[in-house]
Design a protein around this ligand. Structure first.
Ligand code: FAD
Ligand code: A2P
Length: 299
């Protein structure tokens, strides 16, 4: 049986009425000095219960406390950033990439997002109530020769970190999955200081040149040839023909994760690119979705 066959996909092992109480093991700042914003790599001990998960799934977090209506805070979802083995390779942890949400409301008051602030403030030993896992949209194809195109903005890198670690950092462990295809990551962030997991990604791209391509779009520091802000779709446009060739192959899976706002830009880019071959992108996209080759998780 293949690793990801329907029967093996763990879903909702824990539900909000009966969550699993896990413990924070580590909380590391992912952005570098000078960065605006605060994103953390949070490792959570899930041992002692029945929780397990696959790369590409999300976990529910139940923040403590009540909302403004006096109801218990509702769960928020977070993409799991570690492989099923966890960062310590003992299947006892899961890791998240969490951005602290802070903004000013119309009255000029500083507002802090409930769950992201709970998570980014966690200290080792603190308890976290978890539900799930959930999600079948972002699972890796079983085919070790597949082409896997990943399009991430910000914390959208989380599931792709899990993919890439499984493909390239755990090869010595797997007997059933030796990736020999092509993984191509497009990663959009505001500044160089906010390229999450930068050193790891650059090392992987150097070490696994034949199987991993990595292109970053730094929106506030780079521009395209037309002088526009370097959004991820503008970086992809530099490889339009090559991407279109790949995307048409039945063994290619394309994944998008991160800001909901990027969907329009990617769609416009794909429409323009497909049009050059006389293909209507909307129809093609529909077929890819039906074939399970076009995977989107934006928030
Ligand atoms: P809340 O207290 O819920 O506040 C959010 C609300 O604040 C918004 O709904 C909006 O009404 C308002 N708001 C937000 N920004 C502004 C603004 N600028 N101006 C005015 N109002 C605003 N997040 C991650 O960090 N990492 C992940 O890996 C991740 N994965 C996800 C996976 C999935 C499948 C989904 C659905 C979401 C994911 N998220 C992820 C987002 C996460 O679930 C939360 O939505 C996020 O952390 C904010 O939650 P919060 O409780 O801090 O904010
Ligand atoms: P910018 O913030 O310069 O507008 P983060 O979640 O860390 O803020 O990163 C999200 C990245 O996605 C940023 O570089 C952000 O650019 C970029 N972005 C914002 N809107 C879009 C969009 N519509 N299409 C593509 N990228 C976007």
């Amino acid at each position: 049986m293949s690793a990801n066959s329907e029967k093996d996909i763990p879903v909702n092992i824990y539900r909000p009425a009966n969550p699993f109480t896990a413990k924070c093991v580590a909380n590391e700042v992912l952005v570098r000095p000078g960065a605006s914003g605060d994103t953390r790599h949070i490792k959570i001990d899930i041992s002692g219960g029945d929780l397990r998960y696959l790369e590409g799934q999300s976990i529910g977090v139940l923040p403590p406390g009540e909302d403004k209506n006096g109801k218990p805070n509702k769960l928020r979802l977070y993409s799991i950033a570690s492989t099923r083995l966890g960062d310590d390779l003992d299947a006892k942890t899961l890791s998240l990439s969490v951005k602290r949400l802070e903004y000013q409301n119309e009255a000029g008051e500083a507002i802090k997002g409930t769950c992201s602030n709970f998570l980014t403030d966690l200290k080792p030993g603190d308890e976290v109530r978890l539900t799930g896992p959930v999600g079948k949209e972002m699972l890796l194809p079983d085919d070790p020769n597949a082409t896997v195109i990943m399009i991430a903005t910000g914390t959208g890198i989380a599931p792709f970190r899990a993919f890439l670690w499984r493909m390239f950092k755990e090869q010595h462990i797997h007997t059933d999955y030796q990736f020999k295809g092509l993984a191509w990551l497009f990663f959009g962030v505001p500044t160089d200081t906010t390229v999450l997991y930068k050193a790891d990604l650059e090392w992987l791209a150097y070490k696994h040149k034949k199987h991993f391509r990595y292109d970053v779009a730094i929106s506030r520091e780079q521009k395209n040839a037309e002088g526009e802000k370097m959004y991820i779709q503008n970086r992809m446009a530099e490889y339009a023909d090559e991407l279109w060739e790949l995307i048409q192959k039945p063994s290619t899976h394309t994944y998008m994760c991160g800001l909901r706002g990027m969907e329009d830009g990617i769609s416009q880019f794909m429409t323009k690119t497909a049009e050059k071959s006389g293909v209507v992108w909307k129809d093609f996209e529909k077929q890819m979705k039906r074939d399970g080759r076009w995977h989107v998780e934006t928030y």
